[in-house]
Design a protein around this ligand. Sequence first.
Ligand SMILES: [Fe+2]
Length: 286
Amino acid sequence: MRIAVLSDIHANRLALEAVQVAIADAQPDHIVVGGDVINRGPEPRACLLAVLACQADENWLTLKGNHEDFVLMEAAGRLVDSGWMRKLYTHTHWTMLRVRDLLPAVETWPDTRSIIGPNGSEVRFVHASMRSNRHGLYEEMDEPQLIELTSPLPSVLVAGHTHVPFIRQVNSTLIVNSGAVGMSFDGLQQASFALLDWKDARWHAQIVRVDYDHTAAEEAFFSTGYMADAGVMAPLILDEWRKARPRLGPWHHRYEQRVASGELTIEESVAMLLQEEGAAPAFRHW
Ligand SMILES: [Fe+2]
């Protein structure tokens, strides 16, 4: 049995299309999408339509990520009420306006799925971890932390969310972070997905990296109106995509309180962060 897992597309159509070609070459038996198909990128509608078509026609299994939750909450008027926080989520509002009619389908996506493999082994899929879709798994975590975030332990647990791929064996559980299709945070400007294979009576995992057209992908940030209309955080989102390093997480970590207290405007805080070089690579993005 072979399973392909792709996650964190983040409205990057060209990266998704490149990964679809690579997955077709790999001929998996099952394909799982680990959430964050939309938001934090310029082509949410094209990406969501592609995933929904594959869900309907090719039995792709889908999961909800925290960014689907953000868009669903925005559509329901429950994300934020007013003030400077509206500016923080203007990009989510921009996304919501482009996919609103498709959200009833997204709302049905579960938080967790499992495939039962040979020998009754459970291969479980979550967006971030068993704690929530916002608590990610990191390679440098110690074993007790990983066990706490993945219990009850399956044979294989596959997550995304952190945008940094890894494979680790913890006791009898294989823990896999498939990385991100559309917005890597490990400094490599490539899409990432995972392949799982049942071979010699156990599960094996590999991370596959895929190149795509970066010039055209960057162009989409401008041609779609994202940079003009998606608000004050759009330059940070473009910058994190360009550098393959997180920017929104460091903004929350360093500037949210200063903006909330009125010390800085959100515009000033974004300009300051963009001038900083090398935002802490080990930062736990939220
Ligand atoms: Fe994500």
